[in-house]
Structure formats: structure tokens, C-alpha cells
Design a protein around this ligand. Structure first.
Ligand SMILES: [Ca+2]
Ligand SMILES: [Ca+2]
Length: 411
């Protein structure tokens, strides 16, 4: 089955070599770049567009399984100089400052840079069989997290950089497990007799993975589950190849399908092409995607008199609003922005309250009647590619006090 699958891929790749030039490439919806290890053994980078050709990293650096640092300035990857053992290296994205991080006569590979930039997780058999390891991003403090006679591989990071999900066959077949980066709290997340392989852990704590659990699918498809393994949902129906996947800031899943970068919309199930890839040969690479953060930011949050559409005051963190002394109960909050975001999402006490697509960006369409209590307001700007910018969060209290016969009365 596996052989048939691989031959199918190679055959289709041959077909695509002749057709890739006439594939109707769509405009990239995101700004960023891709690094990939190609079949010729070299690392390449390429902007997230349909026209700019890939260039060899550093005029010819050999490697595989590249991973971006979260700020996009560096790339970690593995490389085998002898075809037997491999080690992990890091290089600046402009091809300078190549540095070797591991120095073992063993296989150390598949590095994954933590979202906070401080650590790199990887797989190694330096202690006898494949285990999950982490190290500081400069290669120091290399530590083994798993210790089991079976194969433990392919770690991916939780969004808060405190946990890893990985694949192990310790219970008889490939399942997904979760572990804290101090080695504690090992938990099994999947329980299915077939293949389950981890893909990416989203900022909203969904884990995307592949599985062949649906007998109608001839190859594994993408599924999602909560980070505790609950609520498993099948995401895709007909993928042929999916490498280098990553959750995008817009909440969708990006992945490589043959020679194209595609986006799976988790809400609509639509799959769209973001960029096409080199057409110079046949092969399946290893990829990582970097998306440029948005320049948008929230500069201030203003309390608005909804009767007059005028500003009462700028909200400051920890402030208390007294309904007894404000000029009106009909209030609103306006998010002021640095640029012109496509929308601002306003969240009140962790619930999305509004998504405003036109300035001024208001919490309520007309007004809001605050009750006495504690509130946390977050405003997140998004650019035209649905990439979030720098949010602002403000905690404030609302009270209702009236001066009555010289006494303060609170309701
Ligand atoms: Ca092991
Ligand atoms: Ca399984």
C-alpha cells in the first residue's frame, strides 16, 4: 500500500511537471516566506507569492526538515554529512552564520523552533532509540524528554511553548502523545488502531493531525482535535500530499500539496492555492512556512458618549467608571488604530462582542449599558490578509455611586 502510494505520487509529479506552468496560480493571500529542503539535497527559500523563484539558501547549504525561528530571521535544519548520522544546524535566513548545534554520532533531526523562540525540540536516537529532546536555541542544555524503548518522534510545540505533542508507537501503533517540556505529565491523545501522525498545534489549542481512520480514504487525511484529544473532526477528504503544515494567523491550515502551497479553511472546508512551487524537478521536500506579522496595532481605547458620539475619556488599565457621575448610561468604546485595519475584533470578558470592518471601530453598534462589575476588553486589529496585529487589552471596573445627603451610596 505504501509503495503504491509513493509510486502514485511520483507518477502524478511527472504529470504535474508538464502542467505546472499553466496552473492558474492565485494571488498569495498572505505575506511571508517558505523554506524547504528539496530533493536535490539543498535548502531553498522563496517568498509566499506565485512568481518569485526559489533561491538556494546561502548559495548552497545542504539540509532537510528546516524550521523558522518565530521572528523569521533564522532557520534550523538537520543535515547528514555521511548519509548515516545527522546533526542540527542553524543559519541566518540571509544565508550567513551557519552554526552546528548538535555534535553526536547519531541521528538528530526534525528540529522545531518553539513559538517563544527560546528552545528547539528535535528527535534523536543518541540514547539507543528515537526519543524527543529539547535544547536552548543556541544548542546548550540538550535534554531528553521521553524514555521508552519504542520510537518517539516528530515533536510539535504548543502555542505557549510549554508542551510538545509527538508520535510514538509505544502502545502498538502510531499515536499522538503530549508532554510538558520538563518531561512531566505525559498523556496519550489518540486511541485508534491505525496511523495517527501529529501535524501542528494551533494558537487556539486545536491540534491538527493525520489519520487513516476513515476506511473510505485511500490515504491519511487531516483531522483536528482539542489539545486533550477530545472532539476529533475530519478536516479534509481528498488530499494527496500534505507537508510543512502550519496554522496561519487567520485560523486556517496551510500545507504543501505537490508543488503548491494550499490553505484549508477550517470553517468552510474550502481549499485554495496560495503559491506555486519550483517546477524544475521531481521530488517531495520538507517545508516550513513563515507569515509576516501585521503592522497594525491598537493605540488607545476611548469611552464614548453614545448620545453625542463624543469621547468622555481614554480608558486606562485598572480604572473605575462610575455610572453615577458619567453624563449618560448610553456608552460605547472606540478602538483607535495605528493604520487602517480591515477589521477590529473587540472581545469583552473573553466573548467576541463585535467585529467592526469600518472605522471608527466601535464595541457596540449603537450603545452598551454596562452593569456594575469587572470587565476585560481586548481589541485585535487585522490586516487585509486576516493577519492579526498588536492587540490591546484593558481591565476596568464599573460602579454606580450617587452622592446622597453627603453619603456615597453604591448600588
Ligand atoms: Ca523511545
Ligand atoms: Ca493510532
Amino acid at each position: 500500500m505504501k509503495q503504491v502510494y509513493l509510486w502514485l505520487i511520483f507518477a502524478l509529479c511527472f504529470l504535474m511537471i508538464n502542467t505546472i506552468n499553466i496552473v492558474q496560480a492565485q494571488i498569495a493571500q498572505l505575506s511571508g516566506k517558505i523554506v524547504f529542503g528539496w530533493h536535490d539535497g539543498y535548502l531553498y527559500t522563496k517568498p509566499l507569492d506565485t512568481t518569485t523563484p526559489p533561491i538556494k539558501l546561502g548559495n548552497g547549504v545542504r539540509g532537510d526538515f528546516p524550521t523558522w525561528s518565530p521572528d523569521g530571521t533564522k532557520i534550523a535544519f538537520d543535515y547528514s554529512s555521511d548519509g548515516v548520522y545527522s546533526n542540527i544546524y542553524v543559519i541566518n535566513s540571509d544565508g550567513t552564520n551557519l552554526t552546528q548545534l548538535t555534535h553526536n554520532t547519531a541521528i538528530s533531526g526534525i528540529p522545531k523552533w518553539s513559538p517563544d523562540g527560546t528552545h528547539i525540540a528535535f528527535t534523536s536516537d543518541r540514547d539507543g532509540n528515537f526519543e524527543i529532546y529539547i535544547m536552548n536555541a543556541n544548542g546548550s542544555a540538550q535534554a531528553r524528554l521521553t524514555n521508552h524503548a519504542s520510537q518517539d518522534r516528530f515533536a510539535v510545540w504548543s502555542p505557549n511553548s510549554t508542551q510538545l505533542a509527538f508520535i510514538s508507537n509505544r502502545d502498538g501503533n502510531a499515536e499522538i502523545y503530549r508532554i510538558n517540556i520538563d518531561g512531566s505529565n505525559l498523556q496519550r491523545l489518540t486511541n485508534y488502531s491505525g496511523y495517527d501522525g501529529v501535524g501542528a498545534w494551533s494558537p487556539s489549542s486545536l491540534i491538527a493531525f493525520t489519520s487513516d481512520r476513515n476506511p473510505q480514504d485511500i490515504i491519511p487525511q487531516i483531522y483536528t482535535m482539542n489539545s486533550d484529544g477530545s472532539n476529533v473532526q475530519q478536516a479534509t477528504q481528498e488530499l494527496v500530499e500534505y507537508a510543512g503544515w502550519r496554522w496561519l494567523p487567520n485560523g486556517n491550515i496551510a500545507f504543501i500539496d505537490f508543488l503548491e502551497l494550499k490553505q484549508y479553511n477550517i470553517q468552510t472546508n474550502a481549499i485554495t492555492t496560495l503559491a506555486s512551487f519550483p517546477n524544475e524537478g521531481v521530488g517531495i521536500g520538507t517545508y516550513d512556512i513563515f507569515v509576516n506579522p501585521s503592522n497594525q496595532s491598537i493605540t488607545s481605547l476611548a469611552l464614548i458618549n453614545a448620545d453625542t458620539d463624543t469621547s468622555i475619556q481614554t480608558l486606562t488599565s485598572g480604572s473605575t467608571l462610575n455610572l453615577g457621575t458619567l453624563p449618560t448610561r448610553n456608552l460605547n468604546i472606540r478602538a483607535d488604530t495605528s493604520e487602517s485595519p480591515a477589521k477590529v475584533v473587540l472581545t469583552l470578558n473573553s466573548e467576541i462582542y463585535s467585529e467592526d470592518t469600518t472605522a471608527p471601530f466601535m464595541l457596540a453598534e449603537q450603545f452598551i449599558h454596562f452593569e456594575a462589575g469587572d470587565y476585560t476588553l481586548t481589541a485585535i486589529p487585522y490586516d487585509e490578509h486576516d493577519v492579526p496585529g498588536v492587540p490591546m487589552t484593558m481591565a476596568f471596573g464599573v460602579v454606580q455611586r450617587f452622592a446622597l445627603n453627603g453619603q456615597n451610596c453604591q448600588f
